[in-house]
Design a protein around this ligand. Structure first.
Ligand SMILES: [Zn+2]
Length: 79
C-alpha cells in the first residue's frame, strides 16, 4: 500500500537525525504545492520536497558553512 504525502511527512518528522547533515531533528515547513511539501533543515538549510509514495527528494544543497558547523557540534552531546 502506498503512503500518502501526509504519512511521508510524519515519517520525516519522526527522524531523530536530519538526513542532510546528521544534525538533531529540526526543520521548517515551507510552502506546499499540489501533493508535496517543502521542508528546510533548520541546521544547514538543505531543502526537501516530500510527496506521496516514498517520495522524499533533496532539492536544495546545504549551506557549506552551516553544514560544517552542525557536523562539528553533532559529534558531541545532544544540545
Ligand atoms: Zn541539514
Amino acid at each position: 500500500m502506498s503512503k500518502t504525502e501526509e504519512q511521508m511527512r510524519y515519517e520525516f518528522y519522526e527522524l531523530a537525525q536530519m538526513p542532510c547533515c546528521g544534525g538533531e531533528r529540526g526543520f521548517y515547513n515551507g510552502p506546499r504545492g499540489g501533493a508535496c511539501t517543502n521542508i528546510m533543515c533548520g541546521h544547514c538549510g538543505a531543502t526537501f520536497n516530500i510527496g506521496p509514495r516514498e517520495f522524499i527528494q533533496q532539492i536544495g544543497e546545504p549551506d557549506a558553512e552551516a553544514l560544517a558547523k552542525v557536523q562539528a557540534s553533532s559529534t558531541g552531546a545532544p544540545a
